[in-house]
Design a protein around this ligand. Sequence first.
Ligand code: FE
Ligand code: CA
Length: 544
Amino acid sequence: MQRSIDFPEGTRDATPVDPRRRAFLIKAGGLAAAGAVMSSAPLPLGATRMTAAAAQVPGGGPAAPFRLGVASGDPLPDSVVIWTRLVADPLVPGGGMPDRPIAVDWEVAHDEAFRRPVRSGSLETDPRSAHAVHVEVVGLDPARVYWYRFRAGGEASPAGRTRTVPAPGARVDRLRFAFASCQKYEAGLYTAYEHMVEEDLDLVVFLGDYIYERAFKASSIRGLGLPAGRSDAMTLEDYRLRYALYKSDPLLQAAHAAFPWIVAFDDHEVENDWGADLPRSTLSREAFLARRVAAFQAYWEHMPLRRAARPQGSEMQLFRRLAFGDLATFHVLDTRQYRSPNRPCGDKEGPLCPAALDPTRTILGERQERWLMDGLERSQALCNVLAQQVQIARLDFGAEAPLFKMDKWDAYPSARARLLRFLAARRPANPVVITGDLHNNWAALLKADFDDPDSATLATEFIGTSITTGGDGSEVNQEGRNALAKNTHLLFHNDHRGYVRCEVSDKRWVTDFRTVPYVKQPGAPISTRARFLLEDGDPVAHAV
Ligand code: FE
Ligand code: CA
């Protein structure tokens, strides 16, 4: 086993601390924080939090080759994926790594000091997968916290904390999770994550737009020269650079290191508003599919996903089901890969045209739709979470004439009606939808007939705002005002950034919309902008 690596000149050492930064770190998190971001030694107790406090400092973060931090994901009762990618310099092609396999050791322990080891192993990275490391750790106990870390080139990674889920059928008192989406790097700071790591969560669900593929100029907010943003991401190397840039953010790293994540992509991981094998851009179908191959490969390389999700060319198995004991089942959907063409009524938002009403239109695809309904039918869970990308609830944004966004379920009314008819007929236990994409907070009732406010409510949909996309935001925006005035099934709208926290027990579900008042400056406080309660057996959420 190869134990030492020669990294390119100058990449072995951590960035020197400049005196201003040290002063900041001392102020923000105490001296230990400066040690935590500088040292290659295992992080001290509470390091996740302190790394977060230090995160406003450009260039802060773990030493090479662990500059992208660590992550874990897709927790099962006896297994979890642990992830890292060896990168010496996030801003250069190839991550500044040699073009050959590199030996990596991993270890999982009961404690943060790694004195009580549980599992360990070694592997060799593959430069063709950008030195990404995915380990499916098995043989773990259910509902238990574990710590993990990696070693390569004589360096240790930061320690990550993860947690398995309860055993199948186990009675579980409580599930706490957060969901988030849409973290455009140049739009703002990841302050929401600084607060998320302070929460007591079992897991995090990320609902897409982890990166944005478009070119951007040097970010006045981020204050860095950003070579990764000079042109639209098209090639595999472009996408890798984009992920490396995003994942070099210490607040994002801290959120990954604090909890296991269940991730799904939306459109911007490939390109804006894509659907099936069709781009929204002017690319040919062939050029788009080549782009999708590159985008999926880079997505896989940077996410804590299982081997089952590894892309085969332009295809990727993203939809999947994860249970949290008998309390909740997450049905993670893919509303991109299998949908009928977007924008059936042309490129503009507007009223629905006859083509949109075609009963054969699908947003999940036939196979996934059947898989979802079968899974809901068979589910023994007390609640069934549909974790998905684009809003299901009808949202008419028009000030007067109807105005629908043609990339959402609104452009697939027959597919939506099939799902709602299924919920009405088969009554799976406590269905709750969690959604990203819109960059605003919404709570919406899914009605049997959206034209009839008195028709049955079949589920509540919580739509979470963005982490950063859209910038600072405001209390209410014009689209929100219009939609609230026209759609009585909408309970709530807010246009600030943040994430959504959910606490689930066998009696009730509580959703807290957690918001920050700004993201263009560091240090925004967090608050609960609104709280909704669902009680067992009642699909109607109530503001409390
Ligand atoms: Fe987005
Ligand atoms: Ca989106």
